[in-house]
Design a protein around this ligand. Sequence first.
Ligand code: UDP
Length: 314
Amino acid sequence: MKRRPRRVLITGAAGFLGSHLAETLLARGEEVVGMDNFITGRVENIDHLFKSDRFTFIKQDVTNFIHVPGPLDAVLHFASPASPIDYALYPIPTLKVGALGTHKALGLAKEKGAVFMLASTSETYGDPLVNPQPESYWGNVNPIGPRGVYDEAKRFAEAMTMAYHRYHGMPVRIVRIFNTYGPRMRREDGRAVPNFITQALAGKPLTVYGDGSQTRSLCYVSDLVDGILRLLDSKSTGPVNIGNPHELTILQIAEAIKRLTKSKSRIVRKPLPTDDPKVRRPDITLAKKLLGWSPKVPVEVGLRRTIAYFKAGC
Ligand code: UDP
């Protein structure tokens, strides 16, 4: 017998990750209700989804009471500014969407009897004192620094999600997302990959902050979406890291982008932002064991696809 499509609400559906998730769920035959207030989301990211009669959209700020008519099988809470530049520009909305928005989205999921998934982050580990970071690590976060608005909101969101699970017996999932890149990142969002690509393509200097020895581990967006959807379909309550353990220095990432774009740009140094984590690499033992997941797209392949997207003028 053919099963009825699942009806999934995605908050932040017009954002980088939200729009890729929506697209993949629709391709799998599910129904998607998208929600976004367009602070950092963009209508261009979801324009093409309106062709599907299984896609609907509600423009709303998720920090206010949310009403979604009809049943929901899952609520995916992905709304939030997500780059250091964005959370410096929108510190209070960032705190509100992680705290109040998570509360509203949990309340809605409870009302509908839906599974709730929180988009959490490797930032819950702060400037980590262990590398790679397993889910059992409690982190090293400066609560009052400029990144604290994001880190602490997400840590609160995890606490709130676990409280709903324990107190109301709700099924919940928490995905700790590590640095992800790919098409639909905004060129002006200030993160390393879009910055370096736009700078390299424009023949401008690539701005490496600090001495470039700090590390990040880049996960291509299709790998991330695959991991997230496996987690949604699992029975796993506690946080699960999803990211690519291939750790590179920021200087190596800048050099790779310079090479792949065949750019003549120089690499220049700029001051390191406050509380910039020195290392970051996911321990994905749990994701491998629980979900049978590991990333497939090598960084060079993913970077080429992302460069093609930026070259196309998006
Ligand atoms: N970074 C950089 N140049 C840029 C943008 C970022 O050197 O133009 C560095 C930043 O200081 C950090 C790393 O790249 O060490 C990753 O920064 P991003 O904003 O992409 O994400 P984060 O992992 O810090 O949230």
